[in-house]
Write a protein that binds this ligand. Structure first.
Ligand code: NAD
Length: 290
């Protein structure tokens, strides 16, 4: 396939490189970064759009996605597919899908889980929204860039799945860190806490696979001085998207709202910026009951 790839940052560059390695003809564009090995450089954003079977975007947010889509969609060939893999708000995903449909294109929103490591290894999970035909058109690319793709329904539903998952993740991380901090105060050894909880009803991906306590459980960013991993500011971005969606759909998400406040304090008032989102543990340990 001829693929245009727009947004060659931490995630986009390795994803584009994997598509090129698999034999696709990939042309990339980024306002700041040069393409990775094997990916041709376009001089302008439209150079990564014209004549392409699929155009993939991996951009920071919904406002940027909408402005890029406004430039790219008119340059694309009828019947081609616009595939956005960024994490953005549900409304932006649906707006872009409507723009694409009006231009005779297919559109799929397919945010990812798996982080930079998964992007490099080609083991991402894609959660996709769009038509059956759109999903079928890009499925071979999901197979290269990832290990699993779930078709979640019509346009926007990929983003809906992503922000619901990450709201659970943020809330669970905070609950797990609070519990470790309480265990410390109660004189309960962290390894014993892990041994019990990881095989009891408090278990979770956070506890079992990404334990926020250093030296406990499998290797995680906690064992690397809380170097991300998944940075707290990215967690905050996703939690804010969940709250934006909750407000727009009149959903009651009090735990998601509190998690958003805590990560906002951590990133914007405290020392969370640039630290892994599991660094909530030392934050709770150093604080007293309020
Ligand atoms: P990044 O900031 O490293 O990459 C974004 C890239 O987009 C940058 O290279 C930037 O120069 C480029 N860009 C910005 N505006 C542009 C424009 N108008 N035209 C062309 N290029 C433009 O971010 P990232 O970590 O690669 O994340 C990308 C997306 O993936 C985000 O939506 C993020 O939430 C999501 N995501 C990230 C992770 C992660 O662990 N980093 C995990 C899952 C999802």
């Amino acid at each position: 396939m001829k693929i245009g790839f727009i947004g060659l940052g931490n995630m986009g560059a390795p994803m584009a490189a994997n598509l090129a390695k698999a034999g696709h003809e990939v042309t990339g564009f980024d306002i700041a970064n040069t393409p990775p090995e094997g990916v041709h450089a376009a001089d302008a954003v439209t150079g990564a759009a014209a004549d392409m079977d699929v155009v993939i975007t991996m951009l920071p947010n919904g406002a940027i996605l909408q402005s890029v889509a406004a430039d790219v969609i008119p340059a694309m060939t009828q019947g081609a597919t616009f595939l956005d893999c960024s994490t953005v708000d549900v409304e932006s995903a649906r707006t872009v899908a409507n723009m694409a449909a009006a231009a005779g294109l297919m559109a799929v929103d397919a945010p990812v889980s798996g982080g930079i490591g998964g992007a490099a290894a080609g083991t991402l999970t894609f959660m996709a929204g769009g038509s059956d035909a759109g999903f079928a058109a890009v499925s071979p690319l999901f197979d290269i860039m990832g290990q699993k793709a779930v078709h979640c329904g019509p346009s926007g539903n990929g983003q809906a799945a992503k922000i619901c998952n990450n709201m659970i993740l943020g809330v669970t991380m905070i609950g797990t860190c609070e519990a470790f901090a309480l265990a410390d105060k109660l004189g309960l050894d962290r390894q014993k806490m892990f041994d019990v909880v990881s095989t009891s009803s408090g278990y979770s991906w956070v506890m079992n696979a990404y334990c926020p306590a250093p030296g406990v459980g499998p290797q995680s960013p906690a064992d690397n001085d809380y170097t991300p991993g998944f940075a707290s500011e990215l967690m905050l971005k996703d939690l804010r998207l969940s709250q934006q969606a909750a407000e727009a759909s009149d959903a009651d998400t009090p735990m998601g709202a509190r998690a958003t406040e805590l990560y906002a304090d951590f990133v914007e008032q405290e020392d969370g910026l640039g630290r892994d989102f599991s660094a909530m543990l030392p934050r709770f340990v150093s604080r007293r009951r309020r």
